[in-house]
Design a protein around this ligand. Structure first.
Ligand SMILES: NC(=O)C1=CN([C@@H]2O[C@H](COP(=O)(O)OP(=O)(O)OC[C@H]3O[C@@H](n4cnc5c(N)ncnc54)[C@H](OP(=O)(O)O)[C@@H]3O)[C@@H](O)[C@H]2O)C=CC1
Ligand SMILES: O=C(CO)COP(=O)(O)O
Length: 342
């Protein structure tokens, strides 16, 4: 099956997915908002700023006019940063028909509304079929055909399977999941913990600390997720623990690299500027902190990272707070569910 796919956003992820889809033989229209980037990429057939060293296959057409890029698209793949999704959809809306499938690949939450991206899309395009694509997948590896697994979630099985078919290849194995909320929250919230893992590395801590952050991190992600309607099993999957592992351990991760600089004493603004690409976890930390208060869910790691990023809290003091919190059971629900006296 060959489809016409419009990829909205030519950052590292939009470019890598375009390359992967083009190699499968799909026709790709890749849209970017900056004219200067469009001119440069036409000349070089390379995304020098976001994904250097990889040439674009011929069946990727580059666009600066969003309406032209959307012509005849079966699927619209959103790959701009989360805070740009609503504005970009509004810009494109007049050329989007109800039948076109929207696939979101951004991992974040909307700052102004605390909404998940599926909720943003359904406010702006209520009729369109929707799926979210997530999982442990650094652009730098996907564009070089390194084996990768992804998950596509949609409320409609036929939509999830259609999108699975579009992306799946011998190098890109794609699973389906009906749990849109869980897949979206796992993909967004792991970036907060990855910032924390980076801070831990920047402070010179070791593997024990990182394992603790990842394990306790997925617990608090799952706690919030369950209250927000996700299936807890999803957090043990690719968009949960899978993406948490890759983001907390890889030097490709912008969130982790940003955290390392903060752990070494740099200011947030300096750190994000030096990365030069989107560091989704910074805004997501604020949204997650607000959601934890809204839903009354304990998220101690998120709360400390919030205070480091937004209240100038000393990183070492944050570590002391985490280590010296009042003691708890590892799994509160096991204790609560025990019928025996314990
Ligand atoms: N890189 C990766 O390995 C992966 C990234 N993702 C997710 O994909 C999304 C995009 O990230 P990625 O491509 O890596 O980021 P990059 O920093 O490489 O690129 C960001 C892209 O978003 C565009 N953009 C930024 N802000 C806005 C805005 N306000 N309105 C419209 N467009 C905007 C940028 O355009 P411009 O250049 O004009 O600023 C650029 O095309 C993120 O949510 C990220 O979490 C998911 C999986 C893997
Ligand atoms: O989501 C990602 C990998 O799955 C990319 O993570 P970063 O945004 O931290 O680079």
């Amino acid at each position: 099956m060959k489809s016409n796919i419009c990829v909205i956003g030519a950052g590292s992820w939009g470019t890598a997915l375009s390359i992967s889809l083009a190699k499968k033989g799909h026709n790709i229209n890749l849209w970017m908002r900056r004219e200067e980037q469009w001119l440069k990429m036409q000349e070089t057939r390379e995304n020098i700023k976001y994904l250097p060293g990889v040439l674009l296959p011929d069946n990727i057409k580059l666009h600066h006019n969003i309406h032209k890029a959307l012509e005849n698209a079966d699927v619209i793949l959103l790959t701009v940063s989360s805070q740009g999704v609503r504005q970009t959809i509004c810009q494109a809306k007049a050329s989007i028909g109800n039948h076109q499938i929207i696939v979101n690949a951004a991992k974040g939450l909307e700052n102004a509304t605390l909404l998940r991206i599926s909720e943003v899309v359904s406010q702006e395009l209520p009729q369109n079929p929707y799926a979210v694509l997530s999982g442990p997948s650094h652009a730098e590896e996907v564009c070089r055909d390194m084996p990768t697994t992804l998950v596509v979630a949609s409320h409609k099985k036929s939509t999830a399977e259609y999108v699975q078919d579009i992306f799946i290849s011998p190098k890109l194995r794609v699973y389906t999941n009906p749990d849109v909320i869980g897949v979206e929250l796992g993909g967004a919230l792991k970036n907060v913990i990855a910032l924390g893992a980076g801070i831990s590395d920047g402070l010179g801590f070791g593997d024990n600390a990182k394992a603790a952050l990842m394990t306790r991190g997925i617990r608090e992600i799952a706690r919030l997720g369950q209250v927000m309607g996700a299936d807890i099993a999803t957090f043990a999957g690719l968009s949960g623990i899978g993406d948490l592992i890759v983001t907390c351990t890889s030097m490709h991760s912008r969130n982790r690299r940003c955290g390392i600089q903060i752990g070494q004493g740099k200011k947030l603004e300096e750190a994000t500027q030096s990365i030069g690409m989107v560091v989704e976890g910074v805004v997501t930390t604020k949204v997650a902190y607000e959601l934890s208060k809204k839903y009354n869910v304990e998220m101690p790691i998120t709360a400390e990272i919030y205070k480091i990023l937004y209240e100038n809290k000393d990183v070492k003091e944050a570590v002391v707070n985490l280590m010296m919190r009042s003691r708890t059971h590892e799994m509160e629900e096991i204790v609560a569910n025990k019928h025996i006296e314990w």
